[in-house]
Design a protein around this ligand. Structure first.
Ligand SMILES: [Zn+2]
Length: 274
């Protein structure tokens, strides 16, 4: 079922995996994995995934898969910088959206986030925003090290949440999008301060390649949504290298199974049950 409202963000010692989809196969794999584990999941469809296949087809597939699922599935717009795109996704039936104003000056980030919160809440949709700057590319891992971006300041986070009314906050605590040549370590002390200063659930982007103990440490300190992407991309591309002659169905099946296996491991890990 399509999960509406913020139930997916309940702080019960677990975090929901929010997994990026680019294709029908990855959409299927993510929902299948959640059903196998018996846990909710979030499908992150867009904004950077819309490029090759189009917004409406990818969104329609994600929403249809969510509605047909036996477990709650949120459909979320990831990293949008466009209010127009956010409005379009809300009209399509998305259950949550992310406005990413982190590249803006602080006051501009507050203003655009507040505007999105107003229009999204009017439609019953919850909003994630970002404060601090995350290094790296959401859609492709880098072969060189990134300097970590500007970290989230706990006092500014408190001000930002109070002034915007945002429902969830993505934090920069040393995390970097995608796999990195050198292992990334999280500043869990900073995360603890942000969690103490703000009343809203926290979101961790760029968790690929983090040691499990860092990831679970972050969940313990108040992270309730963890974005997952690079691991599935690798599984997807690995499966597409199989030699299946010209049988597309075999390739689809291999891709779905490879991604579902990786997704299920992440969902299970973040459930805090293992
Ligand atoms: Zn991200």
């Amino acid at each position: 079922m399509l999960a509406t409202g913020t139930d997916l963000l309940a702080r019960d010692g677990a975090a929901v995996a929010a997994i990026t989809t680019y294709t029908l196969e990855s959409t299927r794999a993510i929902v299948l994995a959640a059903e196998r584990v018996g846990r909710p999941v979030m499908l992150q469809a867009g904004a950077s995934s819309f490029g090759a296949v189009g917004r409406e087809p990818l969104a329609a597939a994600a929403l249809a898969a969510a509605r047909a699922s036996s477990v709650p599935v949120g459909v979320h717009l990831d990293h949008s910088r466009s209010v127009e795109e956010i409005e379009a996704c809300i009209a399509l039936g998305y259950s949550s959206v992310m406005i990413d104003g982190s590249h803006e000056e602080y006051e501009a980030n507050v203003a655009v986030t507040r505007r999105v919160v107003e229009l999204a809440h009017a439609a019953g949709v919850w909003v994630e925003a970002e404060l601090g700057a995350l290094a790296g590319d959401e859609d492709a891992s880098s072969t060189t090290d990134h300097e970590a971006g500007a970290m989230t300041d706990p006092d500014q986070a408190a001000d930002f949440v109070a002034r915007t009314g945002v429902d969830a906050l993505a934090v920069a605590i040393g995390n970097v999008h995608g796999f990195t040549p050198r292992p990334v370590r999280l500043d869990l002390g900073r995360l603890r301060e942000i969690a103490a200063a703000t009343p809203v659930p926290l979101v961790l982007h760029g968790a690929s390649g983090l040691p499990d103990e860092d990831l679970l440490g972050a969940v313990e300190l108040g992270v309730v949504k963890v974005n997952v992407n690079a691991e599935l991309r690798r599984a997807h591309i690995g499966a597409l290298r199989a030699d299946v002659g010209d049988d597309v169905r075999k390739l689809q099946q291999l891709a779905v199974e490879a991604m579902a296996t990786v997704a299920a491991q992440k969902i299970e890990l973040l459930s805090g049950r293992s």
